[in-house]
Write a protein that binds this ligand. Sequence first.
Ligand code: FES
Length: 109
Amino acid sequence: MFGNEDVLVCSCNYITDKEIREVINGLLDEDCWQLIVPAKVYHAMEKRGRCCGCFPNVVDIIIRTTEEYHARRDSTDDEIFDFMSRLKQFHEENRRADIERRQKGHRAA
Ligand code: FES
């Protein structure tokens, strides 16, 4: 499935799956237990989300790459499980806040 192929994830900034994974791995090298969000990845690339339509995909890549990163290290299963639950919950909350924000914006418009 997702091997090393180069898939275009963000068409606004022309960013590929591979570039995103590289940045995530770099961020995890700095602090492997940090919670990464798409804006942080783009900021590290000196890019910005424009339409932000790619963010859900970037979240998926963040989760998958983080999981793989810890699988390669000697983190214990408990540590990984705990961290991945927090990461997924964090993104879920962000996603919900995002939807709410959009709905509010819509109503105000
Ligand atoms: S597709 Fe990534 S910001 Fe628009």
